[in-house]
Design a protein around this ligand. Structure first.
Ligand SMILES: NC(=O)c1ccc[n+]([C@@H]2O[C@H](COP(=O)([O-])OP(=O)(O)OC[C@H]3O[C@@H](n4cnc5c(N)ncnc54)[C@H](OP(=O)(O)O)[C@@H]3O)[C@@H](O)[C@H]2O)c1
Length: 323
């Protein structure tokens, strides 16, 4: 496993990491979640991504229970959580990044995780109804109080990230060190274009999500929705159109041919493609079973095989289909 700096911060994260969205609390019970985390950790993963809203707090509880049972030294792993949507109703309890919600929310997450601090805390979406300075001060205070070590944003616009960074600079506060955007072969423009000035300018790192486009890039949806997959879950029905999109699945078939020539799976090719971008600090993977972890974490070995010629073929295979 290679470790990359989280942007300009000193924190090192495994270039492939593991998240708990959809899986923990919905597909996986505590024992299965623990088994998957153990399989990842044994292969060098040190970053585990979570959020308050995942399974309405249950994902944090399951990860906390797993961490207690696994007993890893605290210095060996990096845990994140995220705030914005909230898990209870009320004017200051959801869809906000105000000071009251954020400083209350972190205490709930720490309780559920059974930790005295998280390593990275993300503002899960931007909040146009709270002044940026209020949010930046709250994130700074969270760190100052020892409840988090670093903070970042998720799916913020480049101008919003820069405004947060500049507010922190102006007031000598802890700055955001990372953004968490979607990034995969079909979803690239934000990472490759919109954020481009931020990397050198303010040194932002990237913890990228849905590298397999929820499984589409494994090829498992080429003949429809297989039983037991994310697309077969009743609450994920909103995704089925995208997962079974004909043009994209034809592109996946073209990618499968390239993967087979390189001696890897389509999933590994898609993950290796994310890893070849040096702006990416870590690619957050998701897995509903240990075999997926084993397959996915081997993707780093494929990255060196992505020569200019192979990358050109990948571009041609997905031409016109990437956002
Ligand atoms: N910040 C944000 O707004 C945000 C949003 C979404 C996700 N995230 C983070 O990013 C993490 C990863 O996102 P994601 O789960 O969408 O990632 P993904 O890699 O696009 O999809 C993961 C899912 O694909 C299937 N899969 C994975 N490997 C496979 C393989 N080798 N063969 C066949 N199927 C495979 C599994 O689902 P099935 O087996 O059930 O089909 C797995 O749960 C999340 O856990 C979360 O931590 C953040």
């Amino acid at each position: 496993m290679n470790y990359r700096r989280l942007g300009r911060s000193g924190l090192k994260v495994s270039e492939l990491s593991l998240g708990s969205w959809i899986t923990y609390g919905s597909q996986l019970d505590a024992a299965a979640a623990r088994e998957i985390m153990a399989a990842a950790f044994d292969r060098g993963v040190n970053f585990f991504d979570n959020a308050e809203v995942y399974a309405r707090g249950a994902s944090e509880e399951i990860m906390g229970q797993a961490l207690r049972q696994l007993g890893w030294p605290r210095l060996r792993y990096v845990v994140s959580t995220k705030f914005y949507w909230g898990i209870t109703d009320g004017p200051n309890e959801k869809n906000t990044l105000n000071r009251k919600y954020l400083l209350n929310g972190i205490d709930g997450s720490l309780r559920r995780l059974g930790l005295d601090h998280v390593d990275i805390v993300f503002c899960h979406r931007p909040d146009p109804h709270t002044p940026i300075e209020e949010t930046v001060w709250a994130m700074h205070d969270m760190i100052h109080r020892g409840k988090a070590l670093y903070w970042g944003t998720s799916e913020w616009g480049a101008a919003e990230i820069r405004a947060a960074w500049e507010a922190a600079e102006r007031h000598h506060l802890h700055k955001p060190v990372t953004e968490q955007p979607e990034y995969n072969l079909f979803h690239r423009s934000r990472v490759e274009r919109e954020y481009a000035p931020l990397y050198e300018g303010i040194g932002i790192g990237l913890t990228t999500w849905s590298p397999l486009a929820s499984g589409l890039l494994t090829g498992k949806y080429r003949d429809g929705v297989p039983p037991g997959s994310r697309g077969a879950m009743p609450r994920m029905q909103f995704m089925v159109g995208e997962l079974t999109d004909r043009a994209r699945n034809e592109a996946v078939a073209r990618l499968a041919a390239i993967a087979s020539e390189l001696g890897c799976t389509t999933a590994q090719l898609a993950l290796a493609w994310c890893l070849r971008n040096p702006r990416v600090s870590t690619v957050i993977t998701g897995a509903s079973r240990v075999a997926q972890v084993q397959e996915n974490l081997a993707a780093a070995e494929i990255t060196p095989r992505l020569t200019a010629q192979v990358l050109a073929r990948i571009e041609a295979a997905t031409a016109g289909l990437a956002e």
